[in-house]
Design a protein around this ligand. Structure first.
Ligand SMILES: Nc1ncnc2c1ncn2[C@@H]1O[C@H](COP(=O)(O)OP(=O)(O)OP(=O)(O)O)[C@@H](O)[C@H]1O
Ligand SMILES: [Mg+2]
Length: 256
């Protein structure tokens, strides 16, 4: 729907209340991701990035504010298959093969994976796991498991794609390759993407908007637009404009 933000958090606050001191994970957080845009969320450990993502997925309650995913309540959007998600810890089912892990979101939505064998094969090729279709997660490296997780998040062609440090376990070379691939997939799918990352390089390479958060309490301090034309290639990393942008974001991140 034109005009409806892909992801919208308005004045969202969330406090974890436990046995010890309360933790204000989010305080009056605002986030607006226009439909079809790519947003990177960056900030120090504990600033509430994963909390914001879980709230947007309907996996976590919040105390105040409003959240809309493609105009819908988060849990409704997730249940209808509008959203795809890839977490850092991959969270694969250990008794399922690579192919059957990738097919899982289809089954959850009541679709027959047999109708998607072509899409599954394409995604396996895309993430560089051809030959491992029948492998179990326990037989894969951490980086390979993450790539299965990314393929799984894409199998339903989600309108809104959430990724929480999906490339954390990859080495630098594979990570840059995946960034180029992810851009290509995203340019094809036109999904609204939200990527949580600790990598300033990765954020600038991939995003239209880099959203910088600070901690205690978790909140957005600045939104920086990244104007580089697409498709962006590996060469962007070595341009002065790229370095100016990463330096600027580093300063905001460190509060200078
Ligand atoms: N289930 C929970 N119960 C209590 N406190 C929590 C819970 N989950 C997160 N927190 C606290 O909320 C704050 C924000 O955590 P969150 O996981 O959202 O941070 P993050 O920005 O994703 O950090 P990282 O970069 O390390 O992944 C932290 O202080 C954390 O300790
Ligand atoms: Mg996190």
């Amino acid at each position: 729907m034109a005009g409806v933000p892909g992801i919208s958090l308005r004045g969202v606050s969330k406090t974890y209340r436990g046995r010890g001191a309360d933790v204000v994970a989010l305080k009056d957080m605002n986030l607006d991701c226009p439909p079809g845009s790519f947003t990177a969320l960056i900030g120090p450990s504990g600033c509430g990035k994963s909390t914001a993502m879980r709230v947007a997925l309907g996996l976590e309650d919040y105390d105040a504010g409003e959240v809309r995913i493609a105009g819908q309540a988060p849990a409704t959007a997730t249940a209808s298959g509008i959203t795809g998600v890839a977490f850092q810890d991959a969270a694969l089912l250990p008794w399922r093969t690579v192919t059957r892990n990738i097919a899982l979101p289809l089954e959850v939505l009541g679709r027959d994976p047999a109708h998607y064998s072509h899409e599954i094969a394409n995604l396996i090729e895309l993430v560089g796991l051809k030959g491992y279709e029948a492998a179990l997660p326990g037989q894969l490296s951490g980086g390979m498991r993450q790539r299965v997780s990314i393929a799984r998040s894409l199998i339903t062609s989600p309108e809104v794609l959430f990724m929480d440090e999906p490339f954390g376990a990859l080495d630098q070379i594979r990570r840059r390759q995946m960034n180029v691939e992810l851009q290509r997939i995203w340019l094809e799918t036109k999904s609204t993407a939200l990527l949580v990352t600790h990598g300033i390089d990765e954020a600038v390479f991939l995003a239209d908007y880099v959203v910088v958060m600070h901690a205690n309490p978790g909140r957005v301090v600045e939104v920086i637009e990244i104007p580089f034309p697409r498709p962006r290639s590996d060469e962007l990393y070595s341009t002065p404009e790229f370095h100016e942008m990463t330096d600027r974001i580093a300063r905001v991140l460190h509060g200078q």
